[in-house]
Design a protein around this ligand. Structure first.
Ligand SMILES: [Zn+2]
Length: 161
């Protein structure tokens, strides 16, 4: 009888000669590792940055064109939200817990704030560029695979009753 289920079996569908990770977990691992190290999101070898925060024009290894990457104010915004607010709490806690003189803040809070906001910019930008590349490549290059992995979407209407 026809209750044969929708494709819930996602495991084992990784295509070995596809350079892009096929499932979501692997995809985000790839984005995290290439972004964190500032590596090319296609080959994982070339450099993503030509300077501190400047995205390279091309990957020197696989010739990936980085013009797709435009996360200009994204990193600053993320950095602010993720880093600055918790840091502000730490600084307020320092103030309340130890009530230090002002010069202590100069040597603790100010550098913490500065490095806390500046240092994560590069990995955050790397993550954004890598995720842009992976998601875009997914749309363009691995549509078939993506459709198969998410084939259950088509049968979802069965449950909308
Ligand atoms: Zn590359």
């Amino acid at each position: 009888m026809a209750a044969a289920g929708a494709g819930a079996d996602i495991t084992g569908m990784t295509e070995p000669n596809d350079p892009l990770p096929a499932d979501d977990a692997a995809k985000w691992r790839w984005i995290f590792s290439t972004g964190w190290r500032g590596r090319c999101p296609r080959c994982g070898k070339g450099h993503m940055f030509s300077s501190w925060l400047k995205v390279a024009r091309r990957c020197e290894v696989c010739d990936l064109d980085y013009r797709f990457a435009a996360p200009d104010d994204g990193p600053a915004f993320f950095s602010l939200c993720i880093i600055a607010f918790p840091l502000a709490f730490v600084i307020v806690w320092l103030e309340v817990a130890f009530n230090p003189p002002l010069w202590v803040h100069l040597f603790t809070s100010v550098p913490i704030m500065l490095f806390g906001c500046l240092l994560p910019l590069r990995p955050i930008k790397g993550w954004l560029v890598a995720s842009q590349y992976v998601n875009r490549a997914q749309e363009a290059g691995t549509q078939g695979l993506w459709a198969r992995m998410h084939g259950s979407d088509e049968t979802r209407s069965e449950f909308d009753q």
